[in-house]
Design a protein around this ligand. Structure first.
Ligand SMILES: *[C@@H]1O[C@H](CO)[C@@H](O)[C@H](O)[C@H]1NC(C)=O
Ligand SMILES: *[C@@H]1O[C@H](CO)[C@@H](O)[C@H](O)[C@H]1NC(C)=O
Length: 774
């Protein structure tokens, strides 16, 4: 056996064991809604691409949309109605210069609109990549027109040069906070505030180490603050871990924050943040795996509560391509804030000449506390602004911006885990269901242009539906929600879609409406419709936690369809399960049928082959779906099948009319049987591979085993690549970094080997059983 293969096997073994025991649920959406024009209002303009920047102007009833070389103003209520457009194209000269610097004229040397914010005077601030020479401008909407002022403001440090690079920004009180790269090469990452006093991060790998910025948000922490605290700006990103003593590059997720009142230091940290602190963000999808990487966040705050109750929802994807799980974790702002306000710091200690190790700092911490905002305690000492901070505090934070403790998600595990299409973006909405409880509904965009709608009911993950918004399936690059219109806006490279929070009409029956467990939808008994609950005054049936459909009134019986079949002929009776979680069975004259050679149960119906007189009867297709309370069954189709002369029926009679010679009947039957067998084999293979959702619900063993084989395959493919010979299993410490009694602090990474080439782009994997190994 190849040594690498044995290592792979070693790595997979514990993974397989772990999956066997208590694996997280990998959820299947209850309903999959294929692409249809009516799923959403759509907008796209011929020849324009990359609709990935949005600004909601609820005050103007507009969705302002940034694309490649153009900004659109769309009707917020119906985005298919374009109100205005303004082009912002690069000049021939700019394109030429960009091309001469080695960039691709067709893609990189265009102007991608990346920043769109409302300024305090109701204008808008716009920035674009501008052929690798970022530029910003003010834009106004007057008399139904979008007008750019053409001031040609330098966009360095505000907007990325590279349209493929991730970035984040917010605008607050006319100050732009931006997280991006400052130079052409993309090698100078910054978190920067542009005005009135521009300040930014240090160029040090301990501050930002090849970061990938994801999102930014502000938090009004001065509100009702007893300590006289300041408002904060949070930024989420992933970066190469400096604290990982691992042999190769390891990427971790981070949250960092700065204080709005920060003016930089007087001598030390001049025009740099004195309040930049960062911490690792964990989303433990499966134990013993590489850390998951943050891709997007959504700030959710209850309008009735203070900022401390706000939550950050974040989507995570795997670091290596050996897994296809994505996850959602939620973090409480107060947990994050506590780590920054009270937690220990990490400090670098030289171990060997060229090697630095990051361990928990246990020495004296200067006062005022490094990284803290100016608060009442500091003011009492005569320190009223960051310019007054002593050098000792500033030097400390300059060297040690990283917190020792990592931030764990609420309940210390993901709220949603799903195999398949990679998660890209998230928004969250709260709804009060008929039971009076409030639920947080997650809307998650994927790489395949679908929007998932999911709820975590008391630790049970449930995906209500998955709707295909874009065809061809294009990654969702931006998601926004307007609480004024109650609509969700999704952007992709090829277009924009607008969808409501719920389309209850998709449920044709009370049972389906209740089993959908959508907190927005209930069955209106009087109107006999599944309705959006806040639109309805009537008596509603809804059971989101249990999916208890026994409360439903008796459904109207389905109308039987007459079908006729010839002796020796074949017939298909159509019947599709109403949900991915339901299974269908068949009855004839009230007694259950079992599949046999002549009676084939297909996914979308029943196939009767070589009919005889005994096949006549009343056929019922029954769909059974489990819920928390009990399984619910309902007849979804009924057929009255006669054997004899043809009749006008709705089904598909496969056989030609009588008078066919015996020989060709046999031939045809053989062909049909062969087709059926191959279809079944194909279906079985697809189920096995997980391409089709299994009819039983949230991921059980079969799918997980598939993953193991899959992963094995993936690694084997990698095997011959040069440089991979050193690949070893890495495992994040199994104590999950909870204990704080070791001198290296939280999660423990591989340490036994010295780092010689930190830039080898391979996840190095290694076990550590005992912290004393470090
Ligand atoms: C812009 O859209 C095109 C599809 O037309 C895509 O190929 C390209 O990668 C996108 N560019 C960026 C920077 O997202
Ligand atoms: C929408 O949300 C904003 C804050 O994000 C709030 O001020 C406003 O009142 C909300 N509007 C409605 C109609 O709920």
């Amino acid at each position: 056996m190849h040594p690498l293969l044995s290592l792979c096997a070693l790595w997979l073994l514990p993974l397989a064991l772990m999956l066997d025991e208590d694996s997280p649920l990998d959820c299947v959406p209850r309903r999959s809604v294929p692409y249809h024009r009516d799923n959403a209002h759509l907008f796209r303009e011929e020849g324009v691409f990359n609709y990935s920047t949005m600004l909601l102007r609820e005050d103007l009833d507009l969705l302002v949309l940034g694309a490649r070389e153009a900004v659109f103003a769309l009707d917020l209520k119906d985005i298919s109605k374009k109100q205005a457009v303004v082009k912002w194209e690069v000049t021939q000269k700019q394109e030429e210069d960009c091309k001469n610097k080695g960039k691709d004229p067709e893609t990189e040397c265009k102007n991608y609109i990346r920043i769109l914010h409302k300024s305090e005077d109701n204008r808008m601030y716009v920035c674009g990549t501008n052929a690798f020479d970022p530029e910003c401008d003010y834009m106004s909407y007057t008399d139904g027109k979008l007008v750019l002022e053409k001031n040609g403001e330098d966009g360095k440090g505000k907007c990325p040069f590279d349209p493929f690079q991730r970035y984040a920004s917010i605008m607050f009180e006319n100050s732009l906070y931006s997280a991006t790269s400052m130079n052409f090469l993309g090698s100078e990452p910054v978190l920067m505030r542009s005005s009135p006093t521009s300040i930014r991060t240090e160029f040090k790998s301990s501050w930002l180490n090849e970061p990938n910025f994801v999102s930014m948000t502000e938090m009004p922490e001065s509100d009702f603050s007893e300590d006289g605290d300041d408002d904060k700006v949070y930024v989420f990103f992933s970066e190469t871990a400096v604290e990982c003593d691992c042999y190769n590059k390891l990427v971790v997720s981070r949250v960092a924050r700065v204080c709005k009142g920060d003016l930089g230091g007087q001598r030390t940290l001049q025009k740099k943040w004195t309040s930049f602190l960062k911490a690792r963000l964990d989303c433990p999808v499966l134990e013993s795996q590489l850390p998951y990487i943050i891709q997007d966040t959504y700030r959710w705050c209850d309008p009735q509560k203070r900022w401390r109750d706000c939550l950050f929802y974040a989507v995570f994807t795997p670091q290596s391509d050996t897994s296809d799980l994505s996850a959602v974790c939620a973090y409480s702002v107060s947990d994050i804030s506590r780590v920054f306000a009270e937690g220990k710091y990490k400090t670098p200690v030289p171990v060997e000449t060229s090697f630095v190790k990051w361990v928990m700092y246990s020495g004296d911490v200067p006062i005022p506390r490094p990284g803290a905002c100016i608060d009442n305690a500091a003011r009492r000492e005569g320190i009223t602004q960051t310019l007054d901070l002593p050098d000792r505090t500033l030097q400390f934070i300059k060297d040690k911006p990283l917190m020792d403790q990592a931030i764990q998600p609420i309940r210390e595990k993901p709220l949603l885990v799903r195999r398949g299409a990679t998660f890209t973006r998230i928004i969250v909405n709260q709804v009060q269901a008929a039971d009076g409880n409030k639920y947080h509904v997650m809307f998650v965009g994927t790489e395949e242009g679908t929007l998932l709608k999911a709820v975590n009911y008391d630790e049970e993950m449930f995906i209500i539906e998955e709707v295909q918004l874009f065809q061809p399936p294009e990654p969702i690059k931006i998601l926004k929600f307007s609480n004024v219109t109650g609509q969700i806006y999704a952007g992709s490279d090829y277009g924009v879609a607008q969808v409501p929070l719920a389309t209850c009409e998709r449920s044709p029956s009370c049972m389906d409406c209740v089993l959908t467990r959508d907190p927005y939808c209930g069955w209106d008994k009087a109107e006999k419709r599944c309705v959006f609950i806040s639109d309805s005054q009537g008596e509603l049936v809804q059971s989101v936690k249990d999916g208890d459909a026994s409360l439903c009134p008796e459904a109207d019986p389905v109308k039987p369809v007459n079908q006729t079949i010839w002796p020796g002929g074949n017939l298909k009776l159509r019947c599709t399960a109403p949900s991915n979680l339901a299974i269908t069975t068949w009855e004839r004259d009230g007694s259950p049928l079992t599949p046999e050679a002549r009676l084939q149960f297909l996914r979308d119906g029943l196939l009767i082959l070589n009919a005889s007189d005994s096949d006549a009867g009343r056929y019922r297709c029954v769909s059974t779906e489990s819920s928390k309370t009990e399984p619910f069954s309902t007849a979804v189709a009924e057929y009255e099948v006669r054997v004899g002369p043809a009749d006008k029926g709705g089904g598909t009679v496969i056989m030609p009319r009588a008078q066919v010679s015996g020989a060709s009947v046999a031939g045809l039957q053989a062909v049909v049987a062969l087709l059926v067998v191959s279809l079944l084999a194909l279906l079985a293979w697809n189920f096995y591979k997980g391409h089709l959702p299994l009819p039983w619900h949230c991921g059980k063993r079969n799918r997980l085993q598939t993953q193991v084989t899959h992963e094995h395959g993936g690694l084997n493919q990698n095997a011959p690549r040069p440089g991979l010979v050193e690949e070893k299993p890495l495992v994040v410490g199994t104590d999950n970094g909870r204990s704080n009694n070791n001198h290296t602090g939280e999660a423990v990474f591989s340490a036994a080997e010295e780092r010689n080439d930190p830039n080898v782009n391979l996840p190095t994997l290694k076990y550590i059983d005992d912290e004393s190994e470090i």
